[in-house]
Design a protein around this ligand. Structure first.
Ligand code: MG
Length: 263
């Protein structure tokens, strides 16, 4: 990983889409800072297309698509994309997304309440359409990563998909992830060509659940928070910010915009 200010003018110039995780990438200790939100507006006003990619629920993504300066939001780890077009909130559901009232997900919940009783259903569960989120580090008492790994392993053994974020373990049944749905939206909605226009994408994340995107795209960055996970990582981003969370995102945005201005 190199510091973000080593990005070249040519690299910064070719970027058209900024994709970013939300929790601990745009937020700092759970809050969306003024600086990070301003950075979104600055990038948007510079003509870049912005697409947050999150494990957060449908109910939140409806708000984000309508009220934030974004061009789409991938939610529930890739179950869907919401965006606004001519004043109408549109949606694309991944073809394999399965609603979260499925009996396999109910069975997993029962298994977890028996074998990992300390883990909690996330408080944002009521707003979810396709997945279950189990909280291990959003609220106090924060539980060790080993508890999240136990949850993931039980879900996987029951035939579900499971991903650990910095706060939740998300469990779902469809064959999708953040990366595959982001690519589907980019190609269907913007005519982006995979393999030919990969350098038009810039992704910013913070943790191991962002690895599929770090691995997929040549231009990626992480906020400094990522250094705490380096024992768990297999794929690293190309660049890193000096600061953590939303301050790190604002730092990355400022470097990108300055470098483009000088290109
Ligand atoms: Mg995150």
């Amino acid at each position: 990983m190199n510091l973000i200010n080593t990005i070249t003018r040519a690299e910064a110039h070719d970027i058209r889409f900024i994709l970013m995780d939300i929790d601990d990438t745009l937020t700092t200790k759970g809050k969306l800072s003024a600086g990070a939100y301003q950075a979104l507006w600055d990038l948007k006003r510079a003509g870049l297309k912005l697409i947050p990619i999150t494990g957060r629920p449908g109910g939140w993504c409806d708000l984000i698509a309508r009220e934030w300066p974004v061009d789409g939001v991938v939610g529930e780890n890739g179950a869907f994309v919401f965006w606004e077009e001519h004043g109408v909130r549109k949606e694309l559901f991944h073809p394999s997304a399965v609603p979260n009232d499925h009996p396999i997900l109910k069975h997993i919940r029962e298994q977890l309440s028996t074998y990992v009783p300390q883990v909690r259903i996330a408080k944002d569960q009521f707003a979810r359409l396709f997945d279950y989120a189990f909280d291990f580090a959003e609220e106090e008492p924060k539980l060790p990563l080993s508890v999240a790994e136990q949850v993931r392993d039980i879900a996987l053994s029951c035939g579900a998909q499971a991903k650990i974020s910095s706060i939740h373990v998300n469990v779902w049944l469809g064959q999708y992830d953040k990366r595959s749905t982001a690519e589907l939206f980019l190609s269907e909605h913007f005519g982006w060509r995979a393999g030919i226009e990969d350098r038009a994408i810039f992704f910013v994340g913070d943790s191991p659940n962002d690895e599929p995107l770090f691995e997929r795209f040549p231009l990626t960055a992480a906020v400094a928070t990522i250094t705490q996970y380096h024992h768990y990582m297999h794929a690293y981003p190309r660049f890193i910010a000096g600061m953590e969370g939303g301050e790190g995102f604002a730092e990355i945005a400022a470097v990108l915009l300055n470098t483009r201005r000088n290109a």
